[in-house]
Design a protein around this ligand. Structure first.
Ligand code: ACO
Length: 322
């Protein structure tokens, strides 16, 4: 049997850090409110001119270097993002050219915060089918470009960043199972109201913004992630105690704690970066994974559960042996 195995990880964050105290100066909020409701203490914010593709490129370079794989060896690049540099070509194509991987297949996946885990699920299928041998999967976002900085309900939640993994076809596990889902019936709870086909508005940021009903998103996220982890365990033929690390989407510490509780996992087996990175959408899971690998928390041979939930709604998971 062929498995897709993660051979290395990488990540990139913008240099500029914005703390909760910094936000207190521009919007009616407090460090205390943000910390207790979300677990966030700071976020990284892209500089003017610094793009999703720039962060994706850096994360990819670091992952390739750690893997000892040349860009020319890649036969597929999939990039999860909802904030591409330009509408087309895809950011995957822009990154491919900068890496020097020209010729291999490259495309973006837009599944909002679930973008990276969706991309990982797709890459797994390409490798299992024998179509691809070495695949680069990236999750990268500059979501703060969509933020309305006068709206305290949403502007405190987001940050920018990117993470990447290099996957290789292997006889050893590997990704055991991935589960991908969406329900477009929930669009109204979390969406951007403008775009190319709908048109833009004569408003700040051309009307590009994040419309979010936070409390409703929270409730559906917790419930949906509960059933997602159950489904993923079943798909892999595993039980809760088989998991060494939960690497969840980093949106809100309270959502993460609820999922850990459902898995009967203590928080010292959960990778948490939401305090440092805030919600980086598609960047969040691979950033947390790279942090966990490079800090020595996650060791080779351990079993990891990755999960994400975001606008669409979309939700997705991957259960794998690192
Ligand atoms: N600072 C201070 N007060 C605030 C702020 C702020 N930044 N934002 C909201 N408040 C106020 C509200 O106005 C409200 O005041 P009121 O009681 O006088 O009306 C009060 O705080 C409580 O607001 P709620 O929205 O009920 O607070 P809640 O505990 O639900 O937390 C939050 C809000 C953090 C947005 C939470 O619902 C959440 O994290 N939801 C998930 C949303 C999310 O993460 N979306 C991103 C992508 S999807 C995903 O990844 C899950």
């Amino acid at each position: 049997q062929i498995y897709a195995r993660i051979i290395a990880t990488g990540s990139a964050l913008p240099e500029r850090i914005v703390t909760n105290a910094d936000l207190e100066k521009i919007v009616d909020t407090s460090d205390e409110w943000i910390r207790t409701r979300t677990g966030i203490r700071q976020r990284h914010i892209a500089a003017d001119g610094e793009t999703t593709g720039d962060l994706a490129f850096l994360a990819a370079q670091r992952a390739l270097e750690a893997a000892g794989v040349k860009a020319s060896e890649l036969d597929l690049i999939i990039l999860g993002t909802t904030t591409p540099d330009i509408i087309f070509p895809s950011t995957a194509c822009l990154v491919q050219h900068r890496l020097g991987a020209n010729g291999c297949a490259a495309f973006d996946v837009n599944a909002a915060c679930s973008g990276f885990v969706y991309a990982l699920g797709i890459a797994d299928k390409f490798i299992r089918s024998g179509q691809s041998k070495k695949v680069l999967v990236i999750g990268a976002e500059t979501l703060t470009r969509m933020v309305d900085w006068t709206e305290r309900e949403s502007c405190v939640l987001f940050g920018d960043g990117a993470g990447a993994v290099v996957l290789e076809a292997s006889n050893e596990p590997g990704i055991y199972a991935t589960c991908l889902h969406a329900d477009g019936g929930y669009k109204h709870l979390l969406y951007n109201p403008v775009g190319v086909s709908v048109g833009f508005k004569d408003e700040p940021n051309h009307g590009v913004r994040i419309n979010m009903s936070g409390r409703e998103v929270f409730k559906v996220a917790v419930k949906t992630l509960d059933s997602l982890v159950e489904e993923t365990l079943q798909a892999a033929g595993m039980v809760e105690s088989d998991i060494d690390w939960l690497i969840p989407h980093q949106a809100n510490l309270r959502i993460i704690e609820a999922t850990a509780k459902r898995l009967k996992m203590s928080m010292d087996r959960v990778v948490v970066t939401v305090d440092k990175h805030a919600n980086t959408s598609s960047g969040s899971v691979p950033l947390a994974l790279d942090y966990a690998v490079r800090s020595g928390k996650v060791q080779r041979g351990q079993t990891l559960l990755l999960e994400a939930f975001g606008g669409g709604f979309t939700w997705a998971s991957a259960l794998l042996r690192y």
